[in-house]
Structures are given as C-alpha cells and as structure tokens.
Design a protein around this ligand. Structure first.
Ligand code: F6P
Length: 516
C-alpha cells in the first residue's frame, strides 16, 4: 500500500537531506532541449518520487499537455484556449492557433524594415531609439530579453523602457532622446491599463512638441483591443500590431509585445528565441510524464509547497544574462498560481504557489545567502548555471565553483563538531555561530551553450511548469481576478487625495491627511 503523500512528506521532512541526496546522486537528473535539472538535493526518495509520479498521472498531467496543445479551453474564466505556444511554432498550424502564429510575422517584418531604414521617421531619417511603454506582462518579458542579449543589439538603435506611473520613470527613459528620431512602442493587451495610458499620453505630448500632429506616425501600438487603440490615436496614423486574445499577458513575450526588442536585436536573434521555445514545446508534448521536465518540476513545486509546506522558492541565476529572470518569474508564477480558489469557485485543498524571489549569482552571495544558510527558515533554492561557457575560463570556473559550493553547503550544512575540528581555536560562542543547519534543498539547472535558443527553451519550460502546477493545485493559471480590486480602490481614493471627500478606511484617511 503506497503511503499517501502527506505521510511520506512528514517522514521525509525529518530525514537528513544529505543522506537522501547521496542516495539519489547521479540518478535524479532530467534533460530537455539542452537543459539538465539535477533534483537529487530535494526531500525525495524512490518511494515518494513514485508516489508523486502516480499523483501526477492521476491528476492527468499528460492529458493537460494534450489539452494545451490541442487548443482546448484551458482558461475557463475567459472561455479561451492558451495559445502562447503557437507564437513560436516552427511550422504552420491550423485554425485559431495558426492565426496566433501568424500574428508575430508583421512585427518581425516591421522590425526588419526599421533596421534596414526602409521604415523611417516623419522627417525621413532612420530611427535612432525605441521607447517601450508597458507594464506587467507587457514589460517584464521584453525587458528581460533586452537585458539578456544587449550584446546582440543591432547597431545604431537605443532601447529604453518605461513601466511605472511614477512620473520619473518616463522622464528618466526620455532623457537624452530626440522625439524626431524616436519610435514609441505602446504595449497593452487590454489597452486599458492606467499606467500605460498615462505614460503613452505623456510620451505623445513629448513627441508633439517636436512633431506636432505628425507625432502619432512615430507611435506603434500593440494590443488585443484595436478599437481602443484607434480611439486613442484619434483618427491619426499610427502603427497597430495584434496581441492575440488567447495569449495571456504574462505568456506574451513571444508576440508582437516584444516589437521593441525585435527592432533592437540583430535580425535572427528573436527568431532563435522562438526556435528554442519550440524545442521545449516538442519535449513537453511528447515526453511521457516520468521524463517530462516541466511536469516533473511542477510535481516538485507541488511537493515542496503543498506537502513540505515551503512558503518560498528562491531562484538563483548564476548567469549575468539571466539576472532579471527571477523578476520575470515572479509575475509568471505568482500571478498564475498565487490563488486559493479554482475556476469552478472551489477552494484549492492545498497550500498553493509559494513566494518566488531571488536574483543573480554570485552577487546574491553578498546579500541574502547569509539568510539562506543560517536563517531560521529552510526554503528550497533553484540554481540556474548558464554563463557563456566560452568566456574567460577563470571567471567561468569561479562562477561554477560558487554555484556548486552554495548548493552543497545549503544541503549538507556544517556541524559544530566539524567547526571545532577545522577551527579548534574558536571560542565556544563563535564556533556555535559558525554552524550551518543544512537541510536546505535545491535544484540545479544547467545548460552548456546558453544563448537565445537556450533562453527560449528555459522560459517555455517555466511556462509549462506553471501550467502543470496550476493543474495540480486545481487553479486556472490564466486569469488574475486578484489584481482588479486594488485598481478599483485606487480609482476611488483619488478624489480624497485631491481633497474631494474622505476615504472610508480610517487608516487610509489618516495617511491621506498626513500626505496632504
Ligand atoms: O497585473 C495585471 C495585468 O493585467 C497583467 O496580467 C498584465 O500583464 C498587466 O496587467 C498589463 O496588462 P495590459 O497588457 O492589458 O496593459
């Protein structure tokens, strides 16, 4: 009789992680699309691993993959399929998926024509700068791509980003730019996001000061709501690109939402990102559950969050190119599965998505790694070692050694006996402060030839992992009801901030008084 996951977790949580990991060393790795994930330093053994797999099978993860790629309604809140995978398909599809696949092509074509000077400014010159205005899924992905591959930028075009409604964000982004040679790319799937509309309005005024009524001819809008975009343009010219409705905002970096990146990056770079993602899609739709990397990672997330009750997962990107990945993953995973009630109004019986945070390794070792090693909480970390291995060998060796060392010390710790044996002259007080509890789990992902394709396959891996984890938690990973309330409340509070009326909440009212 296979013990249930709860009782297995209770016994494993108390087991020495070093022993569990040693037993699984070299036998708990999975690979896909050039990525390898070593999961041996997790609180798992053969029995619990098998029980998790059985749970995944019973939960229908393989059917969930088929539903996704069949274009079934996997987003019941909006009665839509989720077709982000179609954006990167390397061959024609059919039906709605084919329309989604084709929606990227005009953006890629436009980008090529801007780069080649075939599309020019109102004054007939080549564009010198692109300003991307968007927020959330209309910002994090393009910003991550631009940062990761800044060395692959096409010559002569500068790229800036603006997301926040804090006026300084736009003003900082505009510093040094000439409206006459700048293309503004406004990205908003709804074309109703306050921050983006505010910044677009200010950017247009900035353009009009130099271009007058012609300003909108240097504005490109990317949206799933062309009617609102046309109304905003007010009958003037402007470039319009489609952001398909069946593509969720946080799953949209493959789409025309990344138009600014397509213009900024050398021709072929963005296509390589799409190709890498398609390779991970092929793995995801064909690999059986036991060998399916996103499914196995989703089961691990389910195990850590819902049975070991880990409230966080820390992503440590040992790759300067991926330093913004944790920020991107925060929206992908926490906006997708930071929920407690499923699409049928049924509360999830599990603790669902953990808080995801992290940063760049080895930089984080000089910040929060103290907390990771000796803090009072044991949380799982996720190492992603993906430098350009062909760069200076001394730096690559150091980065690799640090990543390996951190994972080992987190798991194995350092006992008081070991401290005393290695440093016999320490006072008792100091020796005790040098103990590492250990038992801190980690996964170790790595890729031997990181670049645009590997980037694409990694992000696709996390998208599918998020989808499967949502399935396990009984959630709809494609809606976000929880973000609406705050926006509504902010609108209600604006009059009180300008002295018209009072906030209902006494603390808010007091704060408004202090701020006035
Ligand atoms: O955060 C809420 C949200 O709707 C995200 O899901 C989305 O990516 C972001 O706001 C921006 O939305 P839009 O692209 O419609 O401006």
């Amino acid at each position: 009789m296979r013990a249930d996951l709860g009782s297995l977790a209770a016994s494993l949580k108390a087991a020495p992680l070093k022993d569990l990991a040693t037993a699984r060393a070299g036998q708990a790795s999975l690979s896909a699309a050039g990525w390898t994930a070593d999961l041996s330093r997790q609180y798992l053994d053969a029995e619990s691993d098998a029980a998790l797999l059985a749970h995944g099978a019973k939960a229908g993860l393989e059917d969930a993959a088929a539903s996704l790629f069949n274009g079934d309604i996997v987003n019941p809140s909006e009665n839509r399929p989720a077709l982000h995978w179609a954006l990167r398909a390397q061959a024609p599809l059919s039906g709605e998926a084919e329309k989604v696949r084709q929606s990227v092509l005009p953006a890629l074509e436009f980008a090529r024509r801007v780069q080649e000077g075939d599309i020019r400014t109102v004054g007939g010159a080549s564009y010198k700068a692109v300003l991307h205005i968007g927020i959330g899924g209309s910002d994090f992905g393009p910003r991550l791509i631009a940062d990761a591959f800044a060395d692959l930028a096409a010559p002569g075009i500068e790229l800036r980003f603006c997301a926040n409604v804090d006026p300084w964000d736009l003003e900082h982004a505009l510093t040094g730019l000439d409206p006459a040679s700048t293309l503004v790319v406004g990205v908003s799937k709804s074309f109703g996001t306050e921050e983006t509309l505010y910044n677009l309005g200010r950017a247009r005024k900035w353009m009009e000061a130099s271009l007058g009524a012609e300003a909108s001819r240097q504005i490109a809008l990317v949206t799933a709501n062309p009617d609102r975009a046309k109304a905003w343009l007010g009958g003037n010219d402007g470039y319009l690109f489609d952001m398909p409705l069946p593509v969720g905002g946080r799953f949209s970096l493959w789409s025309a939402a990344s138009l600014a990146c397509m213009i900024y990056l050398k021709a072929g770079t963005f296509e390589a990102i799409l190709k890498g993602a398609a390779e991970m899609d092929a793995h995801t739709r064909s690999a059986p559950l036991a060998e399916n990397l996103p499914m196995r990672l989703a089961l691990l997330d389910f195990w850590n969050a819902s049975f070991l009750e880990r409230s966080m997962r820390v992503v440590l990107a040992y790759s300067h190119r991926l330093r913004m990945l944790p920020t991107y993953l925060q929206q992908l995973e926490m906006e997708s599965n930071g929920k407690s009630v499923g699409p049928g109004g049924v509360p999830s019986p599990y603790s669902t998505a953990p808080a995801l945070w992290g940063g760049e390794g080895s930089v984080g070792q000089h910040s929060y790694h103290q907390w990771l090693h000796q803090g009072s909480r044991s949380v799982p970390s996720e190492f992603i070692l993906a430098p350009d291995f062909d760069r200076d060998p001394e730096g690559i060796t150091a980065l690799t050694a640090h990543a390996l060392a951190q994972a080992e010390v987190l798991a194995n710790g350092r006992s008081l006996e070991e401290v005393r044996a290695e440093e016999p002259d320490l006072s008792d007080a100091v020796a005790k402060q040098k103990v590492h509890a250990g038992g801190r789990a980690s996964s170790f992902l790595h890729h031997k030839a990181f670049g645009p394709e590997a980037f694409g396959s990694l992000v696709a891996l996390y998208e599918h992992r998020t989808y499967f984890a949502g399935k396990l938690w009984g959630l709809n990973p494609f809606d976000q009801w929880g973000v609406e309330r705050g926006k509504t409340m902010a609108t209600r509070l604006k009059p009180a901030l300008s002295g018209d009326g009072m906030a209902d909440d006494p603390v808010t009212a007091s704060l408004i008084k202090d701020l006035s």
